[in-house]
Design a protein around this ligand. Structure first.
Ligand code: RP5
Length: 172
């Protein structure tokens, strides 16, 4: 099947973060492709990827990068597709550098930026965009939301039943 979501990252060191986006696509049964595409180390590859993605059937791009994280913004400038940016956490500046690099885009070239390290939300957002055109997928998103709600209710019932001290112990 043709991939609908393109997941790219600046380095293999981003993969431990970006794997969460891949996992969401797999969970919802949405075909995705993933690749290492560096804005700084492979700029021509980045241009080629961004310019061809929509011609290959990709509908949404998720781009994760850390530090001087120019990949999401540069890709957004080269593609008509929606781009979701994932600021990857960094050792020295904890990902605030990545966040600021990705989120402060100039008017006209948006990047939908998720929280630092939150590739899971990037995956969910991409799936939700695809789901706008797929009623069955939209139903799966609704079911997922219900499961989140149910899990909170179940936690509350357990908390009321065993009290906070036992609850905390059960969390360890
Ligand atoms: C960025 O530089 C990558 O997105 C990565 O987060 C960061 C560090 O890359 P490596 O030096 O680990 O390859 O371009």
């Amino acid at each position: 099947m043709t991939p609908l979501i393109g997941i790219i990252m600046g380095s293999d060191s981003d993969l431990p973060t970006m794997k969460e986006a891949i996992a969401v696509c797999e969970e919802f049964g949405v075909e995705c492709e993933f690749a290492i595409v560096s804005a700084h180390r492979t700029p021509e590859r980045m241009v080629e990827y961004a310019k061809s993605a929509h011609q290959r059937g990709i509908k949404v791009i998720i781009a994760g990068a850390g530090g001087a994280a120019h990949l999401p913004g540069m890709v957004a400038s080269l593609t008509p597709l929606p781009v979701i940016g994932v600021p990857v956490a960094t050792r020295n500046l904890l990902g605030v550098d990545s966040l600021y690099s990705i989120v402060q885009m100039p008017a006209g070239i948006p990047v939908a930026t998720v929280a630092i390290g939150n590739a899971k939300n990037a995956g969910l957002l991409a799936v939700q965009i695809i789901a706008t055109q797929q009623p069955q997928l939209l139903e799966k998103v609704q079911q997922y939301r219900k499961s989140l709600s149910d899990s909170v209710v179940a936690k509350q019932e357990k908390l009321s039943e065993i009290g906070y001290e036992q609850y905390l112990k059960s969390m360890n």
